[in-house]
Design a protein around this ligand. Structure first.
Ligand SMILES: [Fe+2]
Length: 218
């Protein structure tokens, strides 16, 4: 297992500590509401591992703070695990974070031209769906709290038709067949996980965290 210190080799997952100066402190509630204001293409809410068919009541109320929001979700809606996932956010969202993430991507993949901007918020043992891989380079900045990313080299897990499920560009792998990760990286507010295309990964956030992910495609 690798340690968590930064490695500058772009062929391996690693963490970039934030060095960009002052970044506006965002509450999770504000981040979610801002992301929803910026024309996302997808918004999903998972409570206790289940995809919610009527997600709107799980969103922050106007002017609700993070403490009240979390209390509402945990005690009133009994969300033992919870995730809001928003993607396809336009690039007016969180400009300081986006500038930083674009810089991270340019360092390793200067030719990437297509980006998907995503927001993850919640607390969970593993992101719903579990271990998966995509054809993009990822820069994933924690903006609130702390989380871990478990990663495997593309050839460390052997997908086969009965063990994997393809959803759009993502490949999910049955967690019963998973060996210990090649990396278990921990990041807190400001730090950015980066990992190359096709590396298997899953996030862990036992306590509340929020993160912005820039997925970069050639
Ligand atoms: Fe992913």
């Amino acid at each position: 297992m690798k340690q968590t210190e930064a490695i500058t080799n772009d062929s391996q997952p690693h963490i970039l500590p934030f060095v960009g100066g002052n970044v506006r402190e965002m509450s999770a509630c504000q981040a979610i509401l801002d992301a929803l204001d910026n024309k996302p293409s997808v918004m999903k809410v998972y409570s206790n591992g289940q995809l919610m068919q009527k997600p709107d009541s799980f969103l922050p109320l106007p002017h609700e703070d993070d403490v009240a929001y979390q209390r509402r979700l945990r005690s009133i809606y009994e969300c033992k695990t919870f995730l809001i996932y928003i993607s396809g956010i336009d690039d007016r969202f969180a400009p300081e974070h986006l500038d930083w993430l674009r810089g991270c991507v340019r360092r390793f993949r200067p030719k990437c031209r297509h980006y998907d901007l995503e927001l993850f918020f919640g607390w969970y043992q593993a992101t719903p769906g579990g271990v998966h891989s995509e054809a993009c380079f990822n820069a994933h900045q924690v903006i609130l709290g702390a989380k871990a990313m478990l990663l495997w080299r593309p050839d460390s897990l052997t997908p086969s038709s009965e063990k994997t499920m393809r959803i759009d560009e993502e490949i999910y792998i049955n967690s019963d067949v998973i060996t210990p990760p090649d990396w278990r990286l921990h990041a807190s507010r400001g730090d950015t996980f980066v990992w190359p295309e096709r590396y298997w990964h899953v996030g862990e956030s036992p306590t509340m965290s929020a993160a912005i992910n820039l997925a970069a495609y050639p």
